[in-house]
Design a protein around this ligand. Structure first.
Ligand SMILES: C[S@@+](CC[C@H](N)C(=O)[O-])C[C@H]1O[C@@H](n2cnc3c(N)ncnc32)[C@H](O)[C@@H]1O
Length: 132
């Protein structure tokens, strides 16, 4: 796999490291595009990764990527506005993809996403212990 030169992914990686052991079994990459978030960030952290994108070109790229990356499970063509959640996730990642949603659609999406996020005991512990 080629080296990652995407600065924002490197920053996300450092940020996740700084949070401690947040890795989990299954994650989803929302609007996966060309799959760079999976390639350079998620495959190291999750044993299973689902992804979708509304654009068929991206879906084809993600399907190609799945042939080489064992962690990729479901690849779907779907829109964030109507995505049907099938699983609970340890991590839900979305980057550079909310621009086509209205504020209301974004709130609806985030509420659905949070209902499918497995709470992290580690994160809760950190939040409590970081209170003054
Ligand atoms: C700039 S790319 C970012 C791709 C990837 N998230 C990344 O960070 O590299 C934006 C992607 O979001 C997808 N997208 C935008 N709005 C979407 C929506 N409402 N539902 C699903 N995919 C969407 C586009 O098709 C495109 O592949």
């Amino acid at each position: 796999m080629e080296a990652c030169h995407d600065r924002s992914i490197l920053i996300m990686n450092d940020f996740l490291d700084s949070l401690g052991a947040l890795d989990g079994t299954r994650a989803i990459d929302i609007a996966g595009g060309d799959g760079r978030v999976i390639k350079h960030l998620l495959r190291k952290r999750y044993s299973a990764v689902d992804c979708f994108d509304m654009c068929m070109e991206s879906v084809k790229i993600l399907e190609e990527l799945r042939k080489n990356l064992e962690c990729i499970e479901d690849v779907d063509q779907a829109d964030m506005k109507s995505f049907e959640w099938q699983h609970q996730y340890s991590g839900i990642f979305l980057r550079w993809c909310i621009g086509y949603l209205t504020d209301e659609q974004l709130v609806d999406f985030l509420q659905l996403a949070s209902a499918h996020l497995i709470p992290s005991r580690h994160r809760h512990r950190q939040t409590r212990s970081s209170r003054p």
